[in-house]
Ligand binder design. Structure first.
Ligand code: NI
Length: 167
């Protein structure tokens, strides 16, 4: 396993659209192990998307069981070729990103989503997510379409915050 290098804003590659996974094989699962290790090595990371490490395939990992305040969640999710099939409600909330290490921002997202995706063995899966987990999934799927939370701020002046660094 290996910790992979994270692309950071304003790297143009983060704007690239990712392609669907076609082969659910050992090479994919080895990559997922590296991506998972990279997420766990980051500061408080609840999610990561393959394009953040320069692999432009529709792969994300989300794990909202590691948040400081407990939130409803499905544990560690390996989500491949996701499609959001239903949205409900809208809420503003604070987001951070390993690719934007110096800032957080307030972004409006759906409060509840239904998701169709494939697991690492290529089996179709379905889940309903809400609140912070729904937000994390939407944030990670944005990476697959070349979008960062910076692209969704209503106002850079009012909704973007420099991160305080604690040593
Ligand atoms: Ni991100």
């Amino acid at each position: 396993m290996a910790i992979l290098e994270i692309l950071t804003y304003p790297d143009e590659r983060l704007k690239q659209e990712s392609q669907p996974v076609e082969n659910f094989d050992d090479e994919l699962r080895a990559f997922l192990a590296d991506l998972e290790e990279t997420m766990l090595a980051g500061p408080g990371g609840v999610g990561i998307a393959a394009p953040q490490v320069g692999r432009f395939q529709r792969i994300v990992i989300v794990d909202c069981s590691r948040t400081r305040k407990p939130v409803p969640n499905h544990g560690r999710l390996f989500i491949i070729n996701p499609e959001i099939t239903a949205w409900d409600g809208m809420a503003s909330g604070r987001e951070g990103c390993m690719s934007v290490p110096d800032y957080t921002g307030n972004v409006i997202r759906a409060e509840k989503i239904s998701l169709h995706y494939y697991d690492p063995d290529g089996n179709p899966q379905q889940l309903d997510a809400e609140g912070y987990e729904a937000r994390a999934i939407q944030h990670e799927i944005d990476h697959l379409d070349g979008l960062l939370f910076l692209d969704r701020l209503v106002s850079r002046r009012n909704d973007l915050f420099r991160r305080k660094v604690y040593q």
